[in-house]
Design a protein around this ligand. Structure first.
Ligand SMILES: [Zn+2]
Length: 270
């Protein structure tokens, strides 16, 4: 296992061992344990776009931020639409989302080299990608559902870090966090056709079930896209936690028929 479940004041979150070893960052991936939400949002729903009470989202987000060790007031939030726009977060963005109004939208990835600014992105089965450049001291998060994976948002985030921070692909560490595994992710032919267009080969991450149905491995597809741009195999850490198999610990859009809460990724340079 390359992760552990950390519990702080009743809030449980996932910490990834390779990132835990880096003293210059704080990070975490939330579970559903330790919040105030009820019914299908039980307990730690962080989804700002869900039908949960706004005060619950704020309380839950405060609890998760505190557990991870970042300031709620400083959070910069994403506005995910399954596309590939990446926002470069700077000091002037500090607090945009909860404390300050957002003056940006349609952003599925955030990167920064500013210290003390926690980035947050949201998930329930889609793939969370964490990026750390330990040399240039830059971090990022991306949201890769199947559309973002087809768009190779992970690769584009690395490319943006190269452009903005002069990062080298071979220095960047990427963690592929808890999300739906191939065990639970059946898709139809139209989805696979999109992958066939944008990936040179799909045999390592698509398994046909017959009848126009396929099992799709988003972890492997993301890994391939990251390798294409030069991220080293040994620097791609796949947590291999399936949200669909673990609904006691995670919200799963697929397993709970869309009627569920959201987890979040946080990363921050100390
Ligand atoms: Zn599964």
């Amino acid at each position: 296992m390359n992760y552990k479940i950390v519990e702080k004041e009743g809030v449980q979150f996932v910490a990834f061992n390779p990132l835990e070893e880096m003293s210059f960052i704080k990070h975490g991936f939330s579970t559903r344990i330790g919040g105030v939400s009820k019914s299908n949002f039980t307990q730690l729903n962080l989804g700002r776009k869900t039908d949960d009470l706004p005060e619950n989202i704020i309380e839950n987000t405060k609890r998760f931020s505190t557990a991870v060790g970042v300031k709620f007031e400083d959070l910069v939030v994403s506005d995910q639409i399954h596309k590939d726009k990446i926002k470069v977060v700077t000091e002037e963005d500090r607090g945009k989302g909860f404390i300050k109004e957002m003056d940006f939208d349609s952003v599925d990835a955030l990167i920064t080299n500013s210290r003390g600014i926690p980035l947050i992105t949201y998930f329930a089965d889609c793939v969370p990608l964490y990026f750390v450049d330990p040399v240039k001291k830059a971090v990022g998060l991306a949201h890769a559902g199947w559309p973002g994976t087809v768009l190779k948002i992970g690769q584009k985030t690395v490319s943006k870090m190269q452009k903005e921070y002069q990062s080298k692909a071979e220095d960047i560490i990427v963690v592929i966090g808890p999300s739906i595994g191939i065990c639970c992710y059946e898709v139809s032919e139209d989805v696979i056709n999109k992958f066939n267009t944008d990936f040179t080969e799909t045999s390592s991450f698509v398994v046909s079930k017959g009848g126009g149905k396929y099992m799709l491995d988003l972890w492997e597809a993301n890994r391939i896209a990251l390798k294409e741009i030069g991220v080293l195999d040994r620097n791609i850490i796949v947590s291999k936690i399936c949200t669909g198999c673990n609904t006691d610990l995670f919200f799963s859009h697929r397993k709970e028929n869309g009627n569920t809460g959201r987890m979040a990724s946080i990363i921050q340079l100390v």
